[in-house]
Design a protein around this ligand. Sequence first.
Ligand SMILES: [Cu+2]
Length: 158
Amino acid sequence: MRPKAREIGVAALAVLFALAASAQTPPPTGDVRIENAWTHANSEIGGAAGVYFSLTNVGAKTIELIGARADFASIETLHKTDIDTKGVPRMSAVPELKVAPGATVQLQPDGLHVMLIDLELPLVEGETLSLRLKFEEGEDVLVAVSIRATDTAGLVTE
Ligand SMILES: [Cu+2]
């Protein structure tokens, strides 16, 4: 099933891709390991995009992801997509994301994601964007986000 990205008026969330090339994310700093960070190509300036990755806590203490920053969007927020009782996907803000030691959390379409709102650049397939993740403790973690092709058949254009 594909999510309807109606609320954000953009198709970036509409297509699920199998895991392809991994982002060239540098080695983790501290207790955080980020893998396979990606987003969809999106040429709509002012649009929105979800960013997905797996986040593993390789340390001994619970870590808390509290936000993200990107140079190419006005607003970055943690979101979760849930399916409501009518089967409609709804996104809501997630104030923070706690990850227990040894645990991995998947950010993915239909679930947790970093939402970039009011894009200031087109997201071009094959390019890489830098996203800064902010944690309750410790230094920010820079993530290289791969921009994947958008499947036009899956676009929701309203
Ligand atoms: Cu969202």
